[in-house]
Structure formats: structure tokens, C-alpha cells
Design a protein around this ligand. Structure first.
Ligand code: CDP
Length: 806
């Protein structure tokens, strides 16, 4: 070795592989305003479409008159349900097995529902056209309160379902009932409750909210009449699924549909589903022969596409006097709005809510979920969440605190007592999941040590004394949360979307000079896939991450994949990337063996190439192997160096975390201060610690928003009272607390690189930490459970109701 020969450390550093805090390569264009979002795409002759929307939450449509609108300068067409009926598209199937109006057909069922689509030469003309469309409504009573949905005299919302006693997920009990979903052993659970020494029961609501990405939903559809081809640029988290759905609905052959998802400004579940805007823009393009763009505005986004949560969870725990849990019983009333358009894997009407036993060793559990219709927007999307795991985590984490309060135990001690123990993994939960790996005690104890949990409790006790003595008007809360996630949908045995198994894919093509391209079936919306996917490849095959270009989002070039949501990208596509890289490595090994004139088994991998065992000077690097693969491969071997992998994971991955929030609340104003927030996450093998930290910061900020004020709220007549950022809490850097992050590493035993997902963990674990902090603060004034969101006014109201404020 001469002085110029790089050391092992230098060779490894050059790769910027897994474990490296590699800077995000996509930020070069984003920070310079050079991203290409859908609204940046402009095609020659492009038209613009916009919606006439209903001011009513529930009304019959008496008439729609487009005469005046068609006279507005620039307006070319007004599309209504009657127009769509001529092409059989007035209604569309939802991912949840229901049907949904594309444009109002006879009735409207929620405020801002799409009534007519105006197509014009520019956006302003379209808007003028909207205002000129005359719609006559006959108002009907609105059903807003989910608890009244199944009253015998509740208004009939879905007249199209009249007489249908069966839905996509079994029998319907009432005209506003969508489904009942039951999991677990009822008899054994009931028996556990009969024998229980201690029980708790509480109705825990997770209010309706919205993912509210910075970029709203949008598309640009362009139909080429000559070729019979439809190209759609869109904000799609799952481009291939959109292609298949369009092929099935529009009856256009799938190879003639080109879906392109360019840069996306946040998705958080909002951009998984299919919306009326996509259908109307496509139909308008087919009819006019011109490209048609549809771009949602903020109010439309918040009020019409994809709410999240709205779960009302009556939760009971049975336990011994010493605090050992013996049974869990949960009933959920799930408010689905006007149509069941939940974006869950098709067989799961309540997503993965049956992860509700959380991190605890419940011997028995029983869960029922009733889905119901109300006059609210459809959706039920997984807002930074793996299909209702967020609701489940909130449910069990609040319930454990309530149990601790009843037992007079410390909430952290109660959790430690009931955690699934390391030796129990793989762990079979009472509600049917197999947890792959975990070490909960270590994570919890680390959290308690780092924040000096015992010291904080002492401080809280003395502050409570000071409050009692009238020396302070502040109350202090410690919000402990320990969550287990279930991410990586998913194994084909568990998950499909409309019959398509939820695998994912990667194609890697290395070029002769040792650079290459990886195309993946996922689609980043800000998660940094262009950076991290290249890091996996760098470690696996020794090509520097900088020499690998990552491409996603074009269905013509990427292999079929099920997209990015529910933190599935790393568990599923991340595995496909590693497996494709390993196929390349296997071929590279054959080439190296031939060139180094040894048997393949005599070679060992060494960072960025193969070395002959025992003869360290005989080495062939991957860059050289790439050249050889194209120019002088071994006789009989095909030239080239590329591979494709489609990965059907054997199981989900189960990341977990221990969070704590320290909060002070002024009872006279309800103003809270988050004094400290510590988040320990375990997502198995960490690909890029810096990106993980960024994901955790973002998710915690959303959790903070949701717990402390963010809400889609309806008044009793069905008006959305939080339909803009004036009323819908979206924290900026000013409001957001400071985050402390930490980690443990418990690899997934079945994932090729041991990685688990992380993107949504902070949203899942963060919300209960905030809510538990508020509830813990108020508990010494005698309260058991205060519903979210915990904004200033509600905090003040709680203090007043508890007698702390005159
Ligand atoms: O599906 P989605 O991309 O939203 O979530 P994810 O799989 O949790 O990945 C989010 C980002 O974190 C990606 O850039 C991952 O590569 C990165 N990540 C990581 O660096 N290490 C992990 N163990 C998990 C995710």
C-alpha cells in the first residue's frame, strides 16, 4: 500500500452508505426553487377546470342551470353528473368497497361537495364561470353528530343504498351504517372483565383532522386522441395504483396510460386516494382533446379531500390490583362521512386498528368497530399513520394513563410492568398480529434516565403543593407515551389494494463507468428517498451513493409498486432495493471470480469490491466490474449489470418508541408551555440518522398540532368552521416546541437490512404524549380524561369546570 492508497475508512466514507448522515440530494433543487410540482407543468393549449361546490351539508338538488356560465368569456364547458352519466362516470368506486359521487347526483351529502366542473381557458375564467352556474337546492336536515347516526329516525343520507343490508364488509344494521368489524375473543375477554379486580372505562375521542400538505391535490390530464393515450401528471403517492384504477374505470388499456408524479410537496396520506378532480379533468381532456389542469385551493383541500381520524373509542381495561393488565375491550364508532373512502388495504375496514393492544402483554382482547355515514367529507386517510394505528396508539396510551390514575400507580411503572418482554418476540398479540422484534424495557428506561423522570415527578409534586397553597397558577403535566407501530403494508397474505398485492419493487441498472440508476415503485413526498435509497445500494454493492441516481414516480419507467404511505417505503421498497442490489452483487462476484481466476467461493466482499481470501493484493473493485460486465464478460455470460426485485415482505415491521412531554399550563388563561419534549425512536437499522431526525421533527410538529388544536370542526348544520389556515392550527417554527431525539436499535429479523419504517412514528407516539401531559396536569384537580384538542380555550374551560378558576 502506498501513501495514495485510500484507507478502509476513506473507502467507506466515500460510499456514504447506510448509517451516514448524507445531505439530502433533492434539496439542491428544492432550496433553489427548482423543484417541478404539478402546477409548474404547463402544456400547450392547456385548459383549467374548477368546481362549483355545495354550500349545504345535506340538500336535494332541484336544478343546475349552466346557461349564464357558458356565456362567460373563456368558459368552454360545464360538466355535471348528467354529463358524466353518458360515460358511466357519475359515481366511482372507493378503495374501501363503497361508491362515491364524482359530481352531485340528485343530492349533496357534505359541504363543499363537488356539484359541477367548469372548464375554461384560464383559472380566472373558470372561477367566473363557477359563480355564474345557478344551482337550486332544497335543504335537508344534516346529520353531524356521529352518536346520532344510528338513531331510528336519523335522516337517510345514502339513498343509493336503499334496501342494501350488505356492504363491502358484511351486514349493515341501519340506513347510516357502513360496516361492523369484530376481532378477538369476546367470551374470553368478557370472562376476564368478570374476574377483574380493577377495571376502567372511558370514551376516548380522536377528533377529525386533516393532513393539510403544503401543496394541495392537483392534476394535469392530457388525452392524445390520435394515439388513444392518456397522460396524467398528478400529486400521487401511489402512481401505479392510479394507473390501474384509471384503466379499470376509463376502460383505456393500461399501457396507454402514463402517470407521472413529479415533485410532491407533502402527502401525509392526503394524496393516496382518487378524487373527483382527477376524473373530471380526465373526462374534460378526453372531451375537449386538450390538456386540462385541476388545482385544489386551500379551503377545498381542508373541506373536501380526505379527512383523517374521527374515531370515538369506548375503551375498557381489566387489571389486577397490582396493575397487571388482564383484558382489553374497545368499541369504536368510526365517522366515515358521506362515503366510505378510507384509504386502507382493501380487506381492513378499520385499517390496522387491531394493533390497539399496543406494547402490552394483554392475554385477551376484543374489538368492534362500527363505521357510520354522516354529512361530512369522505376520506379516513392515514394521516402520517399506518392505517388507524395512530388512533389505536392514542386509545391505549390514554387508557393506560387512566388505569394508572385509578390504581394510584406511576404511569411509567405501569407500562414497565406490562410490556411485552424481549424474550416473547416474535410476539403474537391477542388481536392477531405477530410483532417481529422489540426491546421496550431498554427504551423506556433510557428515556426515564435521560430526562430524570424521578426528578420531574418530584418537581411536579412540589409544584402541586405550591398550587394548593396558592403560590402559583401553573399546573405541570408529564405526558408519557410508549407506542408500537405496525408498518410495511404489506405481506400479500394480509394486504391488497383492490386485489393487487402490496409488494414493492426496485430496478437497478449500472452503467459501464460504474454509475447507475435505481428506479423504485415508491414516491417520495419529502421523505428524502433520492438520498436514502442510494445509500442502501452504496453499502450493498460498493458504488458511492453520489453515483446512483434514484428515480420514482413515472409509471412508464419505474417497476410496478404500491407507493409511499404508512411508512411502508423502507420496510417494503427498502427491502426490494437491497434484494435487487444483491442480485447485481451475485453477478459481479461471478465476473470477479473469472477475472481473478479463482472460484467464487474463494472471494470475500470488502467494502467496494471482491478480494481473494488470503491474498489481499488480488482485488477487483465494483467500478472495474461494471466496465467488464459491458465489455468483456466471462464467456457465456450475458453482458450488462442490472437487476429487478419485487419484494413481498414476510411480515410487517414493528418500530416503537418512548416519548415524554413536560408541560406547564396556566389555569387562568389555558396557555400551555411545552418545557421539554424527548422522543426516543427505535426503527431498527438506521439508513440516514439525519433524515430520521428530520422525519421525527416533522411528525412531532404534526402531533403537537393535532393534540393542541388542529381540528376539522363542523357546526350543527354542517358548516366547516375550520376551513382555512386562519382557523385550522398549522404550527410554524414559532409555535413548535424544541425537540430532543434519541434512539435504540432493534433490527427487524426478517428485513434484509434490518430496517423498520419511521416516518409516521412521531405522529403516532407524539399525540398521546401531548394529551397525556395535559391530562396528567389536570388529573390532580380531579379529572380523568379531557378530550383533545387541548387548545388554550379548552384548557381554560377544563380548569373552570374543575373548579380551579372562579
Ligand atoms: O414510507 P415513507 O418514506 O413515508 O416512510 P419511511 O419508510 O419510514 O422512510 C422515511 C425516510 O426515513 C426515508 O428517507 C427512509 O429512507 C428514512 N429511514 C431511514 O433512514 N432509516 C430507517 N430505519 C427508516 C427510514
Amino acid at each position: 500500500m502506498n501513501d495514495m492508497t485510500p484507507t478502509r475508512e476513506q473507502r467507506e466514507a466515500k460510499l456514504e452508505g447506510m448509517g451516514c448522515k448524507r445531505k439530502r440530494v433533492e434539496d439542491i433543487r428544492f432550496t433553489q426553487g427548482k423543484g417541478t410540482y404539478v402546477d409548474d407543468v404547463k402544456l400547450p393549449g392547456m385548459l383549467h377546470g374548477d368546481f362549483v361546490r355545495s354550500p349545504h351539508a345535506h340538500a336535494r338538488i332541484v336544478s343546475i342551470n349552466a346557461e349564464k356560465a357558458l356565456k362567460v368569456s373563456g368558459v368552454l364547458a360545464v360538466i355535471t353528473a348528467e354529463t358524466l352519466k353518458t360515460v358511466n362516470l357519475a359515481w366511482m368506486p372507493t378503495l374501501a368497497g363503497d361508491v362515491q359521487m364524482v359530481l352531485a347526483d340528485g343530492k349533496v351529502l357534505f359541504q363543499n361537495q363537488e356539484v359541477a366542473f367548469v372548464v375554461a381557458t384560464d383559472r380566472y375564467a373558470a372561477d367566473d364561470g363557477i359563480n355564474a352556474v345557478e344551482v337550486e337546492y332544497e335543504a335537508l336536515p344534516a346529520l353531524i353528530d356521529p352518536f346520532k347516526a344510528m338513531d331510528p329516525d336519523a335522516p337517510v343520507l345514502r339513498e343509493d343504498l336503499a334496501g342494501k343490508t350488505e356492504g363491502a364488509h358484511g351486514p349493515r344494521k341501519h340506513h347510516n351504517h357502513v360496516f361492523e368489524w369484530t376481532v378477538g375473543d369476546k367470551d374470553l375477554t368478557d370472562a376476564a372483565f368478570r374476574k377483574a379486580e380493577v377495571t376502567i372505562k372511558e370514551m376516548i375521542s380522536y377528533h377529525r383532522t386533516h393532513p393539510s400538505p403544503l401543496e394541495t391535490c392537483q392534476c394535469l390530464c392530457s388525452f392524445d386522441k390520435i394515439k388513444g393515450e392518456l397522460t396524467i401528471y398528478g400529486t400521487f403517492q401511489a402512481p401505479h395504483v392510479i394507473r390501474t384504477v384509471v384503466a379499470l374505470i376509463a376502460k383505456i388499456p393500461e399501457h396507454k396510460i402514463h402517470i407521472i408524479a413529479p415533485d410532491i410537496g407533502g402527502g401525509f396520506g392526503n394524496k393516496v386516494g382518487a378524487y373527483p378532480g382527477y376524473i373530471c379533468a380526465a373526462v374534460a381532456s378526453i372531451v375537449t382533446g386538450k390538456p386540462v389542469k385541476w388545482v385544489e385551493d386551500r379551503i377545498e383541500n381542508l373541506t373536501a379531500t380526505s379527512f383523517a381520524r374521527d374515531y370515538h373509542m369506548t375503551t375498557e381495561i381489566a387489571a389486577t390490583k397490582e396493575g397487571k393488565v388482564t383484558g382489553l375491550r374497545v368499541h369504536v364508532l368510526a365517522d366515515h362521512g358521506a362515503f366510505d373512502a378510507c384509504a386502507d388495504p382493501s380487506k381492513w375496514p378499520a385499517g390496522f386498528f387491531n394493533i390497539v393492544t399496543g406494547s402490552y402483554d394483554f392475554p385477551v382482547a376484543h374489538l368492534t368497530v362500527d363505521g357510520i355515514y354522516t354529512n361530512k367529507a369522505p376520506g379516513g386517510v392515514a394521516y402520517r399513520c399506518s392505517f388507524r394505528v395512530t388512533e389505536a396508539a392514542y386509545c391505549i396510551e390514554r387508557a393506560m394513563d387512566i388505569l394508572a390514575q385509578k390504581l394510584g400507580m406511576d404511569p411509567a411503572e405501569l407500562r414497565l410492568k406490562n410490556f411485552i418482554r424481549p424474550e416473547q418476540f416474535p410476539y403474537h398479540s391477542a388481536l392477531g398480529w405477530e410483532y417481529d422484534s422489540g426491546d421496550y424495557h431498554t427504551a423506556m428506561k433510557k428515556m426515564m434516565e435521560v430526562v430524570d423522570y424521578a426528578g420531574l415527578r418530584k418537581e411536579q409534586a412540589s409544584k402541586r403543593e405550591a398550587f394548593r397553597r396558592g403560590e402559583t397558577r401553573e399546573i405541570m403535566g408529564l405526558g408519557v407515551s410508549f407506542f408500537t407501530e405496525i408498518v410495511g403494508a404489506g405481506p400479500s397474505k394480509n394486504c391488497d389494494i383492490l386485489g393487487i398485492a402490496m409488494f414493492d419493487s426496485c430496478e437497478i441498472r449500472l452503467h459501464p463507468t460504474g454509475a447507475g440508476i435505481a428506479r423504485v415503485g415508491t414516491k417520495s413526498q419529502g421523505q428524502g428517498h433520492e438520498t436514502t435509497w442510494a445509500q442502501i445500494i452504496a453499502t450493498e454493492i460498493g458504488i458511492p451513493a453520489d453515483d446512483i441516481m434514484v428515480e420514482e414516480g413515472n409509471t412508464d419507467t419505474a417497476p410496478y409498486g404500491l407507493g409511499t404511505y404508512g411508512s411502508r417505503s423502507t420496510p417494503v421498497a427498502g427491502a426490494a432495493i437491497a434484494m435487487a442490489a444483491r442480485k447485481i452483487k451475485a453477478k459481479a462476484q461471478m465476473i470477479a471470480a473469472y477475472k481473478l481466476e479463482v472460484h467464487e467461493d474463494d472471494l470475500e466482499w470488502d467494502i467496494d469490491g471482491f478480494r481473494v481470501k488470503g491474498l489481499p493484493e488480488k482485488f477487483l473493485g465494483m467500478k472495474d466490474i461494471c466496465w467488464i460486465a459491458y465489455n468483456s464478460p466471462p464467456p457465456g455470460m450475458e453482458p450488462g449489470l442490472e437487476a429487478v426485485s419485487y419484494y413481498d415482505p414476510p411480515n410487517m415491521t414493528y418500530p416503537f418508541g418512548a416519548y415524554i412531554c413536560v408541560m406547564d399550563i396556566d389555569v387562568d388563561t389555558g396557555v400551555y408551555k411545552v418545557r421539554r419534549f424527548y422522543a426516543l425512536d427505535d426503527c431498527g437499522t438506521r439508513i440516514n440518522p439525519m433524515i430520521i431526525e428530520g422525519q421525527v421533527h416533522g411528525g412531532l410538529t404534526e402531533a403537537f398540532a393535532i393534540a393542541m388544536g388542529q381540528e376539522i370542526h363542523y357546526d350543527p348544520t354542517g358548516n366547516v368552521t375550520t376551513g382555512s389556515f386562519m382557523d385550522f392550527f398549522l404550527p410554524t417554527a414559532v409555535e413548535a416546541p424544541r425537540w430532543e431525539t434519541d434512539f435504540t436499535v432493534t433490527p427487524s429479523p426478517h428485513h434484509p437490512i434490518g430496517a423498520k419504517g419511521v416516518g409516521e412514528s412521531p405522529n403516532v407516539g407524539g399525540v398521546p404524549a401531548f394529551s397525556n401531559a395535559v391530562n396528567d396536569a389536570f388529573s390532580f384537580l380531579g379529572s380523568t380524561h379531557i378530550q383533545m384538542p387541548h387548545d388554550y380555550w379548552r384548557n381554560w374551560k377544563a380548569a373552570k369546570e374543575l373548579g380551579a378558576v372562579a
